[in-house]
Design a binder for this molecule. Structure first.
Ligand code: NAD
Length: 471
């Protein structure tokens, strides 16, 4: 492979519609047979998934390099390490998560044995995007396995090396009767969506998410929608400018800006724009001493020529001033590009950028930034750099997003003890850690009313009388 993954992988083999039907029938009958219910089975499958990741790190690095030119450090930590930790975490907590719960009830119902059982939803479908094609498919799968579901995972057709790798690895490590990786594009996904599922977890664009929700509604299937949006950054007057610049640029650099929680654009008080831009330049030169497009630089590619051209057009139409970057490498890579003096109606503010372009929008005050954020669709995350408790509270009270992060970018992804998800246009439902288990679990309420409870129930029987009503 040439430097930075410029060789592309062969096209992925899509499953046929007949194969999809056969897989669906197999997974349905496995679930009905109760195979995936015992905790020992779930734990064994979780540990097998962890083994798969550990034993094939090199193959994952190669596939990610081919598809996205991704530096292996990002593959090891996020795409492999994060899922591996999630497997071990779920295996460790399985017993506690699945334990039946006895709610506190009033005295007169104490003998009814009220219990909440946590039962698997059934046969579930996970549909993933191309940008983090391992963590966003195998991550939710951890929850489905822990919950005791059978599961089809549909990977993205835009990352063929990874899709081919996972289609071959999964059956070697996991029980094929219960879990299946399916490759395909729109026709195959539509065919999958036309089945009756017990839950669908979709990660991708808002446009496709709406198709998924509409199709799932046919069977009243619950859906989790993990969508995108423009996640803003607010720099407050009291921010540590050097730290803010370094951390924003680091967040933007992840996967060349192709990250759902990428810091999309930055609001900075007008008086601080020069200082913030200078600090970004310092960080930029430290991150890429030879320049990001140098053959030795660890700088990944844009997923395909269509996205490359989309980003190029947006930058060409922008009326902001390019501070650094702006170079395009054929149809594969784009240098990280900082653009200052961007106005709210600029081309770069029209859509989720999903690429390595960082617009800086000077504002008169933080209030102006918050007002603009409130006027936009709810993002997945809002980032703010401040040490002010008052501003933290104001952000919590007056803005909406799936996550609020102060003084860093993207590190929230490492906290799998917290739920991950969107709000409004950025989606609904949650996964990560125990929340993934919850997503694929039904709460089944149970009571057993013993004959001995009869004295307390006598008044409810017919015929209704005024005396029984008064009692
Ligand atoms: P996409 O919607 O194009 O594709 C996602 C999946 O849907 C793929 O598996 C694809 O094969 C399938 N698909 C595409 N069009 C379809 C159609 N018409 N009918 C049925 N299935 C279809 O999204 P993408 O380009 O792969 O991903 C990028 C988007 O995903 C961005 O908006 C990004 O913000 C978002 N995203 C969100 C999260 C999150 O966790 N919230 C994470 C990563 C990416």
């Amino acid at each position: 492979t040439a430097p930075n993954g410029s060789a592309s992988a062969p096209a992925v083999r899509h499953n046929t519609l007949e194969e999809i039907d056969e897989i669906y029938a197999r997974l349905t009958s496995t679930f009905r047979a109760g195979t995936t219910r015992p905790l020992a089975y779930r734990r064994a499958q979780l540990l097998q998934l962890a083994r798969m990741l550990k034993e094939n790190l090199g193959a994952f690095e190669d596939a990610f390099f081919q598809d996205l030119g991704k530096p292996r450090q990002e593959v090891g930590a996020m795409e492999v390490g994060n899922v591996l930790s999630a497997c071990l975490y779920a295996a460790e907590h399985l017993e506690g998560w699945t334990k039946p719960e006895k709610p506190e009830v009033e005295e007169w119902r104490a003998s009814w044995d009220a219990t909440i059982y946590r039962v698997p939803k059934g046969v579930v479908l996970i549909i993933g995007p191309w940008n983090y094609p391992s963590i966003l498919t195998l991550g939710p799968l951890v929850g489905a396995i822990a919950a005791g579901c059978t599961c089809v995972i549909k990977g993205s057709e835009l990352v063929p090396a990874l899709a081919t790798l996972l289609a071959s690895l999964l059956p070697r490590y996991l029980d094929s009767a219960a879990y299946a990786w399916v490759n395909g594009a729109v026709p195959e996904t539509r065919h999958l969506l036309a089945r009756r599922w017990d839950h669908v977890l979709f990660t991708g664009s808002g446009k496709t998410g709406r198709i998924v929700a509409r199709t799932a509604a046919e069977y009243v299937t619950p859906v989790t929608l993990e969508l995108g949006g423009k996640s803003p950054v607010v720099i407050a007057e009291d921010a540590d400018i050097e730290i803010a610049a370094k951390r924003v640029l680091f967040g933007k650099a992840q996967n060349s800006g192709q990250l759902c929680v990428s810091p999309d654009h930055v609001y900075v008080p007008r008086a601080l724009q020069d200082a913030f831009t200078a600090a970004l330049l310092t960080a930029y030169r430290a991150f890429w001493p030879q320049g990001p497009l140098h053959p030795d630089a660890k700088w990944g590619k844009i997923v395909n020529p269509a996205h490359h051209a989309r980003l190029r057009r947006l930058l060409e139409r922008s009326k902001g001033t390019v501070v650094i970057g702006g170079e395009f490498d054929g149809e594969t890579r784009i240098a990280p590009t900082i653009v200052r003096d961007v106005k709210l109606d600029d081309a770069l503010m029209e859509e989720e950028l999903f690429g390595p372009i960082l617009p800086i929008i000077p504002v008169e005050s933080v209030d102006e930034a918050l007002e603009h954020i409130r006027s936009q669709p709810s993002p997945l995350v809002i980032y703010a750099f401040t040490s002010s408790e008052e501003l933290k509270q104001r952000l919590l009270d007056t803005t909406y997003s799936g996550t609020l992060v102060l003084n860093d970018t993207t590190s929230q992804l490492a906290v799998y003890e917290m739920p991950f998800g969107g709000e409004g246009d950025s989606g609904h439902g949650r996964w990560y850690g125990k929340y993934s288990f919850d997503t694929f679990t039904n709460l089944r309420s149970f009571t057993n009313v013993p004959p001995a409870a009869e004295p307390f129930l006598g008044a409810r029987y017919l015929p209704y009388t005024d005396e029984s009503y008064a009692a």
